[in-house]
Ligand binder design. Structure first.
Ligand code: HEC
Length: 104
């Protein structure tokens, strides 16, 4: 008798453990992966504005401004509202460490 579900469960468990350790090492990277849909892999385009390699404080200030704008004016105002201020800080800090393409 074989138990085909056992190895699959063990693999899923290992994947979860790996994901958990990655989250501990680089929480900003995981949070920022969502941004790649529109800003390109690693925030370096092509797509909308390049995010990689910018000053972390500037990016953070922009995200905070978008989050707390009273009227939702664009896509980013909605994106920014999905994160806590601390998460936005992690995202901005992480994106600043990435090499950009020298774009805007
Ligand atoms: C659904 C598409 C979409 C996603 C997902 C998205 N963005 Fe954006 N982002 C835009 C667009 C479009 C603009 C430019 C227009 C605007 O500001 O609304 C923009 C602009 C920005 C700007 C301003 C850049 C500048 O040079 O002025 C920042 C900072 C930014 N996004 C950060 C992020 C971060 C961080 C994430 C992930 C948490 C993210 N975006 C996810 C679409 C997106």
């Amino acid at each position: 008798m074989s138990h085909p579900s056992f190895p699959r469960a063990a693999l899923a468990c290992a994947a979860l453990l790996l994901a958990a350790s990655a989250a501990q090492a680089e929480p900003g990277r995981l949070l920022a992966s969502q941004c790649a849909q529109c800003h390109g892999t690693n925030g370096a385009g092509p797509g909308f504005d390049e995010l990689a390699g910018k000053n972390a404080n500037d990016t953070y200030d922009e995200l905070i401004e978008m989050k707390y704008r009273s009227n939702i004016e664009g896509i980013m105002d909605r994106q920014a509202r999905g994160y806590t201020d601390a998460q936005l800080r992690l995202i901005a800090d992480y994106l600043a460490t990435l090499p950009g393409n020298g774009g805007d």
